[in-house]
Design a protein around this ligand. Sequence first.
Ligand code: NAP
Length: 244
Amino acid sequence: MTKLNKVAMITGAASGIGREVAVRLAKDGCKICLVDINEVLLKELESELSKVTQVIINVGDVTDANFIKNTIQQIDESFGQLDFALNNAGVTTAANPVADIAIEEWHKIMNINVNSLYYCMHYQIPLMLKSKGGSIVNMSSMLGLIATKNRAPYVTSKHAVTGMSKAVALDYADQNIRVNSVHPGYIETPLIAHIDHDFLAAKHPVGRLGKAEEVAALVSFLFSGEAQFITGSQYVIDGGYSIQ
Ligand code: NAP
């Protein structure tokens, strides 16, 4: 395949879906900035991907707006452009009805799953505009379109990602910046390691969990030139879970 002269930023890159997207983009020849709070896993991935492409890493917390600002400065200094962004770092919550959810827990989820995406897009878009466009994918969930019992903070946060993606897509549609959201069902990653996989698989009409590589293929398509007419869209990848 022809090597892409593109630069990507991925948050939550050290594990699960973010990691698989990084592996796929690296194989396509993208230069990548990997961002995650998990230094050990991020450094492991850096040494693996450095064999095939140019990689920089930034270890830190996406809820710190200054950390995101510095990350974008680092991308500008290292590569001088930003074409693709996967805003993906996210966490889930313990299962509880809303009256039993602590105020601090609520704000923690909103900070990681919602506010960080605003920080990312706020700083990513000016750099994308310097090279006259870009493609942003925000990681929501099927729970950004439907609800499930006892997960109000997560469901609320992922619906916010859906709305934010549509709003920002409109803001920049006439400046060649596309913004889409991706909505996975349950995907085999460390995020859901604590939940019984057979129980979860049975909830998907296809009878299995999704793979991070399958989500990476969708993200790669949304970044690509083949998706030029797609913006403000919600891409469900859930083995039929949400059509029931
Ligand atoms: P994962 O394997 O847990 O990977 C998420 C990565 O983000 C981890 O390396 C995590 O580090 C990092 N991270 C967490 N909080 C962070 C913060 N504040 N700042 C920087 N990095 C942070 O999860 P995943 O399954 O790939 O999930 C990725 C995204 O997909 C999330 O937004 C999730 O909500 C969404 N999603 C996942 C599923 C699923 O079934 N897996 C389904 C729908 C949507 P630590 O592990 O050290 O915290």
